[in-house]
Ligand binder design. Sequence first.
Ligand SMILES: C[S@@+](CC[C@H](N)C(=O)[O-])C[C@H]1O[C@@H](n2cnc3c(N)ncnc32)[C@H](O)[C@@H]1O
Length: 328
Amino acid sequence: MDASELHTPVMLERTLELLAPAIERAAAEGRAPLVIDGTLGMGGHTEALLAAHPTLRVAGIDRDPDAIRLAGERLARFGDRFIPVRSTYDRIDLALEAAGAARCDGILLDLGVSSLQLDAADRGFAYAKDAPLDMRMGQAGDVTAASILAERSGRELARLFRVYGDEKLADRYARAIVAARETAPIETSAQLVDILQAATPRALANQGHPAKRVFQALRIEVNQELAILERTLPAAIAALAVGGRLVVLAYQSLEDRLVKRALQAAASSTAPRDLPVELPEHAPELRLLVRGAELADDAERARNPRSAPVRLRAAERIRAASTQGEPS
Ligand SMILES: C[S@@+](CC[C@H](N)C(=O)[O-])C[C@H]1O[C@@H](n2cnc3c(N)ncnc32)[C@H](O)[C@@H]1O
């Protein structure tokens, strides 16, 4: 199967529309435009960008070696206009370095897991498929979902399920896991699903799959998704040339909240209230391009159920950062 069949890009047209003015502006200034796709995945967004803009280069970051390989095959026809970078997306600096650039004109973050990862039978991301409880997106590091279930205290597990999964039965599920692991280690997704199902009160059994939020919480913790995103947002904002645009697609509320806060902060004046005039270094660095968050439309939701939870936010850099020299 090729990469295009493994994942359908979400809000593709809107993403292209939002990034186009920044790319066209750089091209009009006689520069080869550069976009960093921080979540290359199967390369769906990147392919459409490269096809739409003949002088564009895209540095595509992914922590997953399978994504780099499959997207690389898909994008081979673009030659050196596509630059693969295997890393976590907080390393925007590595992508700039690989492209030989000081700044970029666009950054795209399409957060979360790809359909390839969710569907991979052997990775343990999906509660509907029995597999070892691994959940590492990049296959690096020693922390897996199974090691978290084996080693963390009941209190810590409950906190993870509550904070990263918004799970109301967090304490109950944590207690059930601690009791079960005394008998046998919890190593597969089917084992975990059984434990959670048995611990769910019958009255709540038909309110969505009991494992959904616990699996989400484990995945976030294994991959340090929120901590990495929190570091990435200021790095991404700082990497944009003036006129450059950032587009973020988030699929769960904790990520969307981090994005919203970072964009709103950079789009606000930092001038102290009592200052009569705003100094240039206090002026907002970003202009928000969409009001609130945009959702996928009904047609896309019907076509691609994975687009249902998406929240898109976007912003444009309107002045050089105070610490930033003139864009090169
Ligand atoms: C939703 S998919 C992207 C799909 C892509 N836009 C497309 O159209 O094919 C998200 C990708 O981001 C990668 N990813 C998630 N978190 C990451 C991180 N912290 N650093 C680098 N890559 C990450 C995943 O491995 C996955 O391949």
